[in-house]
Design a binder for this molecule. Sequence first.
Ligand SMILES: NC(=O)c1ccc[n+]([C@@H]2O[C@H](COP(=O)([O-])OP(=O)(O)OC[C@H]3O[C@@H](n4cnc5c(N)ncnc54)[C@H](OP(=O)(O)O)[C@@H]3O)[C@@H](O)[C@H]2O)c1
Length: 252
Amino acid sequence: NMDKWSGKVAVVTGASVGIGEAIVEKLVGHGMKVVGCARNEEKLKQIALKVNGKGPGEMFPFKCDVTNETCILEMFQYVKKTFGSMHVMVNNAGLAFEAPVTSGKTQEWKTMLDTNVLGLSICTREAVQLMRESAVDNGHIINIGSVAGHKVCYMSMYTGTKFAVRALTEGLRLELREAKSHIRSTSVSPGYVATEFAYRLYSGEPERADRLYNQMECLKAGDVADTVVYALSAPPHVDINDIIIRPVEQLV
Ligand SMILES: NC(=O)c1ccc[n+]([C@@H]2O[C@H](COP(=O)([O-])OP(=O)(O)OC[C@H]3O[C@@H](n4cnc5c(N)ncnc54)[C@H](OP(=O)(O)O)[C@@H]3O)[C@@H](O)[C@H]2O)c1
């Protein structure tokens, strides 16, 4: 049941396209006030134009690069000033480079770690602190991991970041239980989802991304967003911790 979230505040990172955009649409549809962040502010504004004004929910675009801690802190200041509190954090911003551990570029490793691991961790810390200082005990942190966080694939460093996401989701859960908080911690780990992800990964070689996404009927961004909604819909005593969702035809 999503009624409990109507009028409540969510922050979604990586909201300009793909899975993040789909999550924003669903949460706004369920009446939430959603701060959607990404680097491409124009895209965020277009999404706001598309989803706002249809119901009680609303999207608030916020330009934020999650590799920049100052940007993240400014975003949470904005959330605190505008709404006084928040209830749902969706850490979705993420990317991959082809950067093998034997030959990859250090800068590409750093960008993956800064985005997929540290950006997610800083957002988690700030979200939990804002929830706790505003006495929100039923908040929910959702991390978008990957099947690559459950089994090692060929992209070693990307896989490493997604194993870290899974560890951080469970570590967060343990910290929250220790603090006697009822905030919940979920990771959603998708297989192939047809988004911009592979086009960015293989930038300059779109035919490789086409091949990847055409080899089977991939998940759609909305399928992953539905899974996020499922986790959020659980009754307050149910903590859905880890969900793997693959296209039916995906083997690995
Ligand atoms: N597609 C798949 O097959 C797949 C499978 C498993 C897991 N995932 C995970 O799902 C998540 C979303 O991926 P997607 O498939 O939706 O990919 P996508 O279409 O490439 O979208 C990625 C999103 O992340 C944002 N982003 C990237 N770097 C950012 C930064 N430094 N600061 C803020 N936002 C940033 C992008 O926005 P801007 O460029 O505007 O900043 C964009 O909105 C990622 O964590 C990814 O690892 C994807």
